[in-house]
Write a protein that binds this ligand. Sequence first.
Ligand code: PMP
Length: 365
Amino acid sequence: NTAGGVRPRPVVGLLPSYAAGKPPVPVEGLVSYKLSSNENPLPPIPAVQQAIAAQTDFNRYPDPLSSRLRAALAGFLDVPAEDIVTGAGSLGALNQLLATFAGQNDDGKPDEVIYAWRSFEAYPISVGLAGAESVRIPLTGDGRHDLDAMAEAVTARTRMILLCTPNNPTGPILTAEETERFIKQVPADVVVVIDEAYQEFVRDERAVDGIEMYRKYPNVVVLRTFSKAHGLAGLRVGYSVSQPDLTQHLRVAATPFAVSQIAESAAVTSLEHFGEVVERVQSIVDERDRVTTGLRDLGWFVPAAQGNFVWLNLGADSAEFAALAGERALSVRAFANEGVRVSIGEAEANTRFLELCAIYTKPPR
Ligand code: PMP
């Protein structure tokens, strides 16, 4: 009944709302584990917790430019602070990019944004809300971007391309070689976003380093986050890195005060103690490799897992598998009729997941 009522933009009626990973449903006698949001199972390091507790000046707005964090990141990444724009998570940073570069064109038609599919679930929602049109290019059978098909999909309407490495939810990286070849094929007026939310977990030496691409190509933007390796998902802090010609436009669309004082201090402190972060990341990588090897030893097909999650290509059995995990107090992320993404969690959670896989009779091949 819209008569006299409010009327959303048509696109809002067409889009799903973002379905976040659910917490596990408690099961009598079992500790529950959430493996559905690619979170870090470990709490923030002690120095970060102290930095958070030391904050008090909440009657004041935060620094809208996140100057302390950008200075810390500039040192950490060896890039000019002017090239960094912070956001409420890397998703906030992505929305700022879309608001700046892709939406409805002057002729009233939508711009096109190309990305691989399946990839991060927020892409179609963010692209649609920006007013642009999604062009989804299917992944290859082993969960990789089909970069040739993505390059062929570029039209005069294409304004942005999203590359996700490692790809959420399937896990493989993009190599430096294939990424650079791709960027060279793309017109220089198309923004190429390299979403590296899981960059710290990558161990494949052939992987692209987005920062190297940004240094060479003025249309490249790198997205990174404190949500995964740094374990600060609850504080919402991420950023983009791009050359000045691109960044100057981005500043207009940047949400004012998107990063709170707490988030900024936590992120700065986490960078100051990066050695501790790296140790924790390594423990997650070790667990990921244990899980991947365990699955393959059971005869399961698992795409190259370079993030903090594994992808099970279970197709029509996805919901059934997720329900079985739920009975064991593990929440995992099922994508109906496609597959199940399982985050790497506490060692006991990972072991319980492997035990389920050992008795499950329909492994993905
Ligand atoms: N990009 C990718 C590929 C992701 O998987 C996620 C989180 N699931 C994000 C971006 C957004 O993370 P955040 O906003 O917490 O930085």
